[in-house]
Ligand binder design. Structure first.
Ligand code: A3P
Length: 352
């Protein structure tokens, strides 16, 4: 039947092995113990189990030429890219950008997977929020809803802005032939450090150990959205597609106005020098970190974030050096070399 064909997810989904699960359980003392991870597709991408229920819908999601996707392996500069893309596509409407949180201006394609249907009580316990139980239940129920159906209901006249960390191979194969995609990549060691802080930031994860314990999982691909290299390589291979803009976080930080111009150009818009300068000012780390519309303030207000951590955190390149001891530095070097052996992908720090 036609409909069944439409809903096919073409890849295998495998639960993590008992050995992997044991290692995950050892260090994630919190809700992650009940949020099982599974591996999706031949590259074995780690996604939370609820992703299964929308994997086929996401893979087959009807696309529109007006869609803009901002994609990345998490913690690679997605948020600043989202803000820039949205502003450029919305006639630099700074007042709306300040009024409406970024989380409401974008659909976060797989956000639902962080909310496991039958784990409401564990969720409520884990975040220990000041909000009452009914309000938390409402928040949980809304967040746990897959959004592919909601996306389909958006009027065709309304451009859709979509954020996702799901790798390209798990999205509609026609994505690049239909919509625009901006992909950001970053030195995977800085990504690891940033993910570690994120795992401490979200109370649902509340990672209880130090960076070394986190790194030991991360570089063995036992964290959500891993493996990071496969993720980046897939996008790198498509970097010459006219609907793909592939950027490195390090280059963005070094040359913010170059970033602004490249994104504008990619979206078919031209900016005056004054407009470019204002965008750079807006995106500068100091301003961005105090921008309540982009720093997940609404999650903090719901009690979902730890008070000792920030979503927009340090904004540095090479900050990993403060976290890696000699052994980890060597491990990371081998990890990078091994994973780049079969590709011409090179990160900016490797350029002489
Ligand atoms: P750090 O944790 O290293 O500070 P994402 O948006 O993909 O989640 O990436 C988050 C990372 O980008 C965080 O890295 C965050 O601080 C950094 N970041 C966010 N906005 C930034 C900006 N305007 N300039 C530089 N870095 C920024």
């Amino acid at each position: 039947m036609g409909e069944q064909k439409y809903l096919q997810f073409p890849y295998e989904i495998n639960d993590v092995t008992p050995e992997e699960q044991e290692q995950i359980d050892k260090v994630f003392g919190s809700i992650v113990n009940v949020y099982r991870l599974s591996r999706f597709g031949p590259r074995g991408y780690m996604l939370y189990e609820p992703y299964k229920k929308d994997a086929a819908n996401i893979y087959n999601m009807p696309l529109r030429p007006t869609d803009v996707f901002v994609t990345s392996y998490q913690r690679s500069g997605t948020t600043m890219t989202q803000e820039l893309v949205w502003l450029i596509q919305n006639n630099l409407d700074y007042s709306k950008a300040a009024r409406v949180p970024l989380t409401e201006r974008y659909f976060f394609l797989e956000f639902f997977m962080f909310f496991v249907g039958n784990q409401l009580d564990a969720f409520i316990r884990s975040i220990d929020s000041h909000l009452n139980e009914n309000t938390l239940k409402e928040i949980y129920t809304v967040c746990a809803q897959p959004i592919s159906k909601m996306l389909a209901e958006i009027p065709v006249s309304t451009p859709r802005f979509i954020k996702t960390h799901v790798p390209l191979s798990l999205l509609n194969p026609k994505l690049l032939d239909t919509a625009k995609v901006v992909y950001v990549a970053r030195d995977p060691r800085d990504v690891a450090v940033s993910c570690y802080h994120c795992a401490k930031l979200f109370k649902t994860i509340r990672f209880p150990y130090g960076f070394k314990e986190f790194w030991n999982l991360f570089y063995k691909n036992m964290f959500v959205y891993c493996p990071v290299f496969e993720h980046v390589k897939e996008a790198w291979e498509k970097r010459h597609h006219p609907n793909m803009l592939f950027m490195f976080y390090e280059n963005i930080s070094k040359d913010l106005s170059g970033f602004v111009c490249r994104v504008a150009d990619f979206l078919g818009k031209s900016l005056s020098p004054l407009e470019t300068a204002r965008l750079c000012e807006h995106l500068s780390f100091e301003n961005f970190k105090n921008n309540k519309s982009v720093n997940q303030e609404e999650l903090r207000n719901n009690g979902m974030l730890d008070n000792n951590e920030l979503f927009i955190r340090k904004g540095m390149s090479g900050g990993w050096r403060d976290y890696f001891d000699e052994e980890m530095t060597e491990q990371a070097e081998r990890w990078i070399t091994d994973n780049l052996r079969d590709t011409d992908l090179r990160y900016p720090h490797m350029e002489t």
